[in-house]
Write a protein that binds this ligand. Structure first.
Ligand SMILES: Nc1ncnc2c1ncn2[C@@H]1O[C@H](COP(=O)(O)OP(=O)(O)OP(=O)(O)O)[C@@H](O)[C@H]1O
Ligand SMILES: [Mg+2]
Length: 386
């Protein structure tokens, strides 16, 4: 795969080149110091498969030359590294045909993952994507499953992974509005009604694009439509989506109906979200019994103790004793910042990026990512978040 890097900064060019060279797969790239006006000459001379652009296009009005290139050379994949992550900028980038916009500072592994995806799209990588399916289910209403799942999706996508979240709270689902400020124009009921048309582009067009690589398939706006969605529809969506995304997150309803159980069957990991209150513990116990009767392995299930504080009345060891659960992690209480993010319809990271709640969500995201053996040091420290 021929990679070209374009940036006005020679230091950034060296840093990106070092990341490419020292990644899991060592990649060599040609480096060009310059701006967007050099793009056409560069493409004509080099004919690259992938162009990585950094420090170019600071707002949506500067995308015209990029769009001219993607229109003329539709096979070239453009990956943009940018501090700008507003929805206006991301939409502008997507309209101009930019494949991926990775946030700066770059997170570990983000660029490598984006390049692996480009290779796969270009047919240069043998194995297609095979998504990891993660289900979130609350023990009681208001446990925090939707808040945690939607924000986990955002954080995973920020590492360069391609993420689809499916809102399976078919009556009054809230997933989109938890991290986004506009309503969905299509939803899972629309997909179920048009199953014969279902392909990767129809599925993607039916989602709400939260960021360049984070999509949410919304629940229907009209709760009456929820009746039309059957487990076989979920099977069809997942069968297709599994080769299109790195992660599929299912925000599952606490009503243990056929659809919820089918979602949990498909999941590789189930996060059971509870708070340290007796009604939550009682329901968690009932759900654990059900999971065991469904034959789920203990390793598939992890208890997320949300809004946990040292002064909680029920301790973690008491929870462990009652529920006999192997895996457990805590998310702290952060009422103010969480409420502010949800009320603004924004991911927590965009509202309060030093929050301890966010730190815990990031640790959860990290536990789900494939381990990257090498460590980035020295030169990369400015680009990479530690
Ligand atoms: N870690 C946290 N700290 C403080 N508040 C939180 C935290 N997590 C969630 N919340 C609050 O809990 C509320 C309910 O969360 P959420 O809607 O995610 O619950 P849920 O489990 O999806 O409930 P439902 O059964 O309605 O789907 C949110 O509005 C948010 O204000
Ligand atoms: Mg919910």
């Amino acid at each position: 795969m021929k990679i070209t890097v374009l940036s006005p900064s020679s230091q950034s060019l060296q840093e990106i080149s070092a990341i490419l060279e020292h990644g899991e797969i060592s990649r060599l790239a040609t480096l060009h110091q310059g701006g967007v006006s050099q793009l056409r000459t560069l493409v004509e001379q080099e004919q690259p498969d992938v162009i990585i652009m950094q420090g170019i296009c600071h707002d949506a009005s500067e995308f015209a030359p990029v769009e001219a290139i993607t229109n003329h050379y539709p096979k070239i994949m453009i990956i943009m590294l940018s501090q700008e992550q507003t929805s206006g900028f991301l939409i502008g980038a997507m309209r101009a045909g930019v494949r991926e916009v990775l946030p700066l500072p770059l997170l570990k592994g983000a660029l490598e993952t984006a390049l692996a995806r480009a290779e796969s799209k270009l047919g240069l990588r043998a194995s297609p994507l095979s998504a990891r399916i993660i289900a979130f289910i609350p023990c009681k209403g208001g446990s925090g499953a939707t808040f945690l799942s939607t924000n986990l999706g955002y954080q995973l996508a920020a590492t360069g992974k391609k993420v689809l979240l499916i809102d399976l709270n078919l009556q009054y689902g809230e997933a989109v509005l938890t991290v986004h400020d506009r309503k969905a124009s299509s939803d899972i009921a629309e997909v179920a009604r048009n199953l014969s048309r279902l392909d990767a582009s129809f599925l993607s067009a039916s989602t709400v694009q939260i960021t360049a690589n984070y999509e949410i398939l919304a629940a229907p706006e009209d709760p009456a439509q929820s009746m039309q969605i059957e487990p076989k529809h979920l099977d069809a969506i997942l069968n297709l989506a599994i080769n299109q995304y790195d992660f599929i997150i299912l925000d599952v309803s606490k009503n243990m109906d056929d659809l919820s159980i089918r979602a949990l069957d498909h999941a590789d990991s189930i996060f059971l979200v509870a708070q340290t209150l007796m009604p939550h513990v009682r329901n968690a116990n009932r759900m654990m019994t059900l999971f065991r009767s469904l034959g789920y392995s203990e390793d598939k299930i992890e208890l997320l103790v949300n809004r946990y504080g040292k002064n909680s009345e029920i301790s973690l060891s008491e929870l462990q004793t009652v529920l006999h659960i192997n895996k457990m992690r805590t998310i702290p209480n952060g009422y103010k910042e969480v409420a502010k993010a949800i009320n603004q319809g924004m991911p927590l990271a965009m509202v309060f990026n030093t929050s301890l709640v966010l730190k815990a969500i990031n640790e959860l995201a990290e536990s789900l990512l494939p381990k990257i053996e090498h460590a980035h040091t020295g030169l990369f420290s400015r680009l990479l978040k530690s």
